[in-house]
Design a protein around this ligand. Structure first.
Ligand code: FRU
Length: 461
């Protein structure tokens, strides 16, 4: 019986084992070059080697957080999209697993694009992804795991094609994301319709998640220069619906209401500027955990990493908040409490991996901030803009105060900033190795104060 099942599986997936063995060998061979690069982050999750982009299908299942991701096992540039795979008990320390999904060349598939996992009727996750083939329209394909560790996958022969749209196909139709509303599964797919970026909505016609009905576009991007959206995510957070879409190199967040099949926006912002192609973990009961891709560009045997897993909340006034998950405090080593002082001079040696908390009271300054790891984090009170590494974000006054709380992570050449309890978040990565200079405070145009400064040295897991 067991042999018969094995034979049937092999017959369904004749290419799988050879394709995956080849992909895994190519990744292993690239590891020595990737690990030798000192600019590679230490505690932000990244593929063992080679190119990675979007996180795919993050899910908590049977005691593990799983993350899949777009990867090219054969090089450090975008090509040959597969799904890489890693898992973690705590969202902090990650175990790399073999490549999970491969392009079925024999079935005309060239790339396995982004998608998500969702619990099926029996609780087992099902993968939905966009299949790209040579000279055909994108299709949404389904894959099922053969084991509880989600290591071996088999593709369902069923495909969702553009025929679901009844003669009005979407352009750039990709990146399925599933969610449930009152226990009923729905799917979102990004794309374009009549020249505008849209998020299309579909309803599952049965608990096996194999048959779907198109309900129309749930959301049309408000900007006329957005012709398609990528990687939509949706979740109910603190009683509000949060819709994330990736456009023009940024993750845009819309907080609002979902009535019948239409999303209406109440507040719009950019989430974790410097990152792209976000995902939300499925299967986590009482929190919404977010991660996204940071594109690097060094091409030294690796490229790209994921943002720190972060929790989303919606404040009373509808502002979307993003804060690092509490598990990240496990990284903390020695703490140095500096207390209050003027925003000037050095406050200690910069390490490669640090966490810093402080409250910036801008006083009479026109610009104030910190320099660390070769990056400058600067705040301008007149415009309430916070900038780092060429990115900038508006910091809402939450609560109504001039003071801005800053929570900063340094990971070698990467700086993450969470300001005002996560109301503004930025991430910046540089290609040069950090010079390990002092952490310096500065203010311009007048004096500023720093309150309650704490610096932790971090230990990469
Ligand atoms: C976003 C994206 C997705 C697509 C994937 C391909 O970065 O363009 O829309 O599925 O990357 O790797």
């Amino acid at each position: 019986m067991v042999a018969l099942i094995a034979m049937l599986t092999l017959a369904q997936e004749p290419e799988r084992d050879a394709a995956l063995a080849k992909a895994n060998a190519a990744v292993r061979a690239a590891i020595p070059l990737a690990v030798a690069d000192p600019t590679r982050p230490a505690y932000h999750y990244h593929a063992p080697a080679q190119w990675m982009n979007d996180p795919n299908g993050p899910i908590f299942y049977k005691g593990w957080y799983h993350v899949f991701y777009q990867t090219n096992p054969y090089g450090d540039r975008w090509e040959h999209m597969h799904w890489g795979h890693a898992r973690s008990r705590d969202l902090v320390s990650w175990e790399d697993l073999p490549v999970a999904l491969w392009p079925s060349l024999g079935k005309g598939e060239r790339h396995v694009f982004s998608g998500s996992l969702f619990p099926g009727a029996d609780g087992k996750p099902v993968a939905f992804y966009t299949s790209i083939g040579d000279g055909r329209e994108p299709e949404q394909w389904i894959a099922m795991p053969e084991d509880d560790d989600l290591i071996r996958w088999r593709k369902d022969p069923l495909r969702i094609t553009q025929s679901i749209h009844g003669g009005k196909p979407l352009t750039e139709w990709r990146d399925p994301f599933l969610f449930d509303d009152f226990g009923l599964p729905f799917m979102l797919v990004g794309g374009g319709l009549d020249g505008r970026g849209v998020v299309a909505l579909y309803k599952a016609l049965g608990p096996d998640l194999r048959h779907w009905q198109y309900l129309g576009p749930m959301f049309t991007h408000p900007d006329a220069d957005v012709h398609n959206v990528e990687c939509p995510n949706l979740a109910l957070v603190d009683g509000k619906w949060v819709l994330l879409v990736s456009v023009h190199g940024r993750v845009e967040a819309f907080v609002g209401e979902l009535r019948n099949t239409t999303f209406t926006t109440e507040k719009r912002s950019v989430l974790a500027d410097g990152s792209y192609a976000s995902q939300l973990f499925q299967g986590v009961a009482d929190r919404t955990i977010h991660t996204a891709w940071v594109n690097t560009g060094g091409h030294r045997g690796w490229n790209g990493f994921l943002t720190l897993p972060s929790e989303l909340h919606v404040a009373k006034d509808g502002t979307l908040l993003r804060t690092p998950v509490k598990e990240l405090t496990k990284l903390r080593g020695r703490a140095t409490k500096i207390g209050d002082r003027a925003m000037e001079g050095e406050i200690g040696r910069g390490g490669d991996e640090l966490e810093i908390e402080l409250t910036l009271a801008p006083g009479g300054s026109t610009r104030a901030g910190l320099r660390l790891g070769g990056a400058e984090i600067a705040y301008e009170p007149a415009t309430r803009r916070l900038s780092v590494g060429g990115r900038s974000a508006f910091v809402p006054a939450l609560p109504k105060t001039q003071d801005v709380k800053l929570h900063i992570y340094l990971d070698r050449t990467t700086v993450d900033v969470y300001a005002a309890d996560g109301a503004a978040t930025l991430i910046a990565h540089r290609e040069e190795a950090s010079a390990k200079e002092e952490i310096a405070l500065f203010s311009e145009g007048g004096s500023a104060q720093a309150k309650k400064i704490t610096v932790w040295s971090l230990k990469a897991p």
